[in-house]
Design a protein around this ligand. Structure first.
Ligand SMILES: C=CC1=C(C)c2cc3[nH]c(cc4nc(cc5[nH]c(cc1n2)c(C)c5CCC(=O)O)C(CCC(=O)O)=C4C)c(C)c3C=C
Ligand SMILES: [Fe+2]
Ligand SMILES: [Fe+2]
Length: 343
């Protein structure tokens, strides 16, 4: 019997047209794990304010990263990762791709696995660090959909891979394409989260959210998004022999007025320029594929901000995209531990 692998990434609009971007934002932001407030307030905020006003602005940004041949970079690289993993795993496996929002949907991907006759499904959310808004939401959606099936296959869910040696080596390999002596500072910029979402993630006797409480991963905070981001940065830095003073961990992509994890990438960039740093290299290890948040926010907007503040240049390290080391990591975590299957 063949084993099913379901890769899941966040999702992207079907096109950069305002209507498609609004549809995407509405589905994404109506997720109770993404905007975790009272459902009525969420409806008012998302449908009444964010979608109408942010839609046209985001559509313009998507228009700038859209490739006329291959479309959305996030979808293109996620498909490539699916195809490369399928080639790596061979005929005993069927690898499908689902997006948490928009297309291809998780439901369509699960139905393809069902039609292929797989006897087990292993889900790999393509987020290195755990957040309720991403990995948690993917897991909840897969379980919701499968709970309607009459015959529910053996289901396994892969957790966060923020410290997997091959993931760390894959980013280190991409960074080593640059001559580090050419740069004054390295930034590890992760997608941010509202601090309130960390405060509600009580786990193992630990409450997150105080300033600096999760700058290091410990046995108590190992499920904390912030702590996992810091650990990823520490391991990559160690792999490429950076000193603690050579790099800064920061958080990008804020939405709304509430407090998000600090320091903010935009403030760090301004401070670096003010302190005389001229050339900065940015690594974004919360993303395994280049997307709006890397190509547009970092390589375009942050670069311009840095230059306007007095810097000379700011470059983005490519994400893992078709990295052979990353595909090997996916192969390794695709193999269900022995003892779970008798077939
Ligand atoms: C890497 C993990 C991600 C986390 C954690 C995350 C949390 C999060 N995001 C928003 C709001 C938006 N994110 C947007 C784009 C976007 N976000 C991620 C990943 C994470 N988000 C990716 C990969 C992308 C890019 C998708 C693409 O098509 O390329 C957007 C849409 C773009 C925009 O309008 O800015 C929004 C909105 C929240 C609120 C949140 C946590 C609560
Ligand atoms: Fe996001
Ligand atoms: Fe924490």
């Amino acid at each position: 019997m063949r084993k099913g692998i379901l890769l899941v990434n966040l999702g992207t609009p079907d096109s950069p047209a305002v209507a498609d971007v609004r549809k995407y934002l509405a589905e994404f932001l109506m997720d109770e794990r993404v905007i975790d407030i009272h459902p009525f307030l969420r409806l008012l905020l998302v449908r009444g304010i964010i979608v109408p006003f942010r839609g046209p602005r985001s559509a313009k940004l998507y228009g700038q990263i859209w490739n006329s041949q291959t479309g959305s970079p996030l979808k293109y690289y996620s498909r490539l990762q699916q195809q490369l993993l399928q080639a790596e795993l061979g005929e005993d496996y069927v690898v499908e791709l689902g997006m948490r929002y928009q297309t291809p949907s998780i439901e369509a991907a699960l139905n393809k696995l069902l039609a292929a006759g797989v006897d087990s499904i292993h889900v790999i959310p393509l987020f290195p660090q755990y957040a309720s808004a991403t990995t948690g939401s993917v897991m909840a959606e897969v379980m919701r959909l499968l709970s309607r099936w009459v015959v529910i296959p053996q289901l396994t869910l892969a957790g966060a891979f923020y410290g997997h040696p091959m993931f760390i080596q894959a980013f280190a390999a991409n960074i080593s394409r640059y001559d580090l002596s050419d740069f004054d500072h390295i930034l590890f910029s992760f997608h941010g989260l509202p601090v309130r979402q960390l405060q509600s993630s009580y786990h193992n006797g630990h409450h997150c959210g105080q300033e600096g409480c999760c700058d290091r991963l410990t046995p108590q905070n190992q499920h904390c998004y912030t702590a996992q981001c810091h650990e990823t940065a520490r391991l990559i830095a160690q792999e490429i022999s950076l000193k603690a003073t050579d790099y800064t961990v920061c958080f990008q992509s804020r939405l709304g007025k509430q407090k998000w994890i600090r320091p903010y990438t935009s403030s760090v960039i301004r401070d670096l320029a003010a302190s005389g740093k001229k050339r900065v290299l940015v690594v974004c290890p919360a993303f395994v594929a280049d997307c709006l948040e890397t190509i547009q926010e970092i390589a375009a907007e942050c670069r311009e901000e840095f230059i306007q503040a007095g810097g000379s240049d700011l470059l983005l390290v490519e994400s893992l995209n078709d990295s052979p080391l990353f595909i090997r990591m996916l192969r390794e975590i695709s193999e269900v531990p022995k003892g779970h299957l008798w077939a």
